[in-house]
Ligand binder design. Sequence first.
Ligand code: ZN
Length: 153
Amino acid sequence: MVKDELKVKRIKNGTVIDHIKANRALNILSMLNLPDDETPIMVAINVESSHMGKKDIIKIEGRELSQEEVDKLVLLAPQATLNIIRDYENIRKSPVELKDELVGVVKCSNPNCITNSNEPIENRFYVQNKEPVKLRCYYCERTMDYEDIESQF
Ligand SMILES: [Zn+2]
């Protein structure tokens, strides 16, 4: 582990999300429906980072993220690193990566979009820009930026 990751205690099993853009940790927790009544969580906000100036870190004990949560995480924190910890070992460390197309991850902000009707059509977006994120609806062409996406979680 690098020195600046040791500011909060190590966890035995769970998830460490590192290199989150500063001040976005609370949005990410809200997206993950955390905190809840039982999950221990450690959050560092606006800590020094050698690469990024300032960053946030989240450590979640006893929980790993689902693919759907990872897909949302990448929208909120495009530079983040996802670490899966099992028995104090970092078994997987990967940068999260935004795909060129997103299906079923976020809702279109256009109330008249066909994906918001009663039709059984799944949300689908082209990723027009990754950072800052900009999505375009496949069906109605509405574009969505970070604020539009974040407000859904
Ligand atoms: Zn749409």
